[in-house]
Design a protein around this ligand. Structure first.
Ligand code: NAD
Length: 323
């Protein structure tokens, strides 16, 4: 589908990372953008950045909305109608997401359900709310951001990753099922599932804020004990490390996740929009995602064995920060 000036695009999680980069690239092309996020402050910054470089007359609206709460999603939809004076939208990017909810077996149930709720229920509720506006367009695209964890439910052998993976598999399955459903019932609306590998964003820093647990540096002593236990099980020599050192180590990991990724948020947004322009339904983002997709297909039975993640990670992908 062509992406062009005066279309209307809705982007969830527009305050940071891939969502912000999508908003910047869309508005630079003269597309009117409607953003939602739970962070008013970062969303307002995205709006300023967009308006500073978008062609005159391009609208960028913002609305504080939690995508996992139906009343807030419906209020967001009503604000889009009002702010853009339209009954249709051309593009919907269901992008908002958080990590967390690692262990189903031993983790906190409320956190598990919050992560699953944002990553799956958010996509579901947003699609329910905005589908009539997509259908009201002459041509439209629904873009759901899943992850490589939508086809590989792991971060490697030492870490549980259940809520996020379950939600991302759901997003992928839902989107794939919609291909036929839309083809039968609304053939002018297309959809795509996006599966990024490691993208340099602040997701690891933002997750604690959305879960209400704060960043790694504010982590409770109880939580540090859980993390220490997990690290010990994975063979890390952290038995006598002070709590403060564990907090610092986790904080540094979150910074490294942002700063040492093989693909930037800007590159990711470019790949996603190129996929939409090329009418793709399946958009892998990053060489690491492409390689993992091949590895899982070649040998699915080995996907959760200890050396699988090692083989994937030892692939020659040069981190941006080092390269
Ligand atoms: N960064 C990666 O390596 C990576 C890899 C695969 C998939 N993804 C997916 O990409 C998407 C974007 O992530 P990102 O890396 O840009 O993260 P990010 O933290 O930089 O941006 C996500 C934004 O979503 C917002 N958000 C969180 N919960 C929300 C909610 N309930 N309602 C509304 N907004 C909410 C956050 O405040 C933040 O502004 C997510 O769905 C994520 O799962 C990211």
């Amino acid at each position: 589908m062509q992406i062009q000036a005066n279309q209307v695009a809705v982007v969830t999680g527009g305050g940071s990372g891939i969502g912000r980069a999508l908003a910047l690239q869309l508005s630079a092309a003269g597309v009117h953008v409607a953003l939602c996020d739970v962070s008013e402050e970062t969303m307002a910054q995205t709006r300023e950045l967009c308006l500073a470089q978008a062609p005159a007359g391009t609208r960028v609206s913002v609305c504080r909305a939690d995508v996992s709460q139906e009343s807030e999603v419906l209020a967001f939809r009503d604000s889009v109608r009002r702010d853009h004076r339209c009954e249709h939208i051309d593009l919907l990017f269901n992008n908002a997401g958080i990590g967390g909810g690692g262990s189903f077996v031993s983790g906190d149930r409320a956190e598990w359900e919050r992560t699953f709720g944002v990553c799956w229920q958010g996509v579901y509720l947003m699609t329910r709310a905005f589908l009539p506006m997509l259908i009201a367009s002459q041509q439209a695209y629904l873009v759901n951001v899943s992850s490589v964890n939508g086809f590989w439910a792991s971060l490697g052998p030492g870490v549980s990753h259940s809520a996020y993976s379950a939600a991302k598999f759901a997003v992928k399955g839902f989107t794939e099922a919609l291909i036929t459903d839309l083809h039968l019932n609304a053939p002018h609306v297309k959809c795509a599932v996006v599966m990024p590998g490691h993208i340099g964003t602040s997701i690891a820093l933002n997750t604690g804020k959305v879960l209400g647990s704060g960043g790694a540096l504010e982590m409770s002593a109880e939580r540090v004990a859980e993390v220490r236990d997990r690290m010990l099980k994975a063979g890390a020599p952290v038995a006598t490390l002070p709590d403060a050192a564990i907090r610092q180590m986790l904080h540094q990991r979150a910074l490294d996740f942002r700063d040492k990724a093989p693909t930037s948020a800007d590159e990711a947004a470019g790949i996603i929009l190129a996929g939409v322009r090329a009418d793709r339904w399946r958009i892998l983002v990053g060489e690491d995602a492409q390689r993992l997709d091949r590895m899982v297909r070649e040998d699915p039975e080995a996907a959760y064995e200890a050396d699988f993640a090692e083989r994937w990670q030892s692939a020659a992908i040069t981190p941006r920060a080092a390269g």
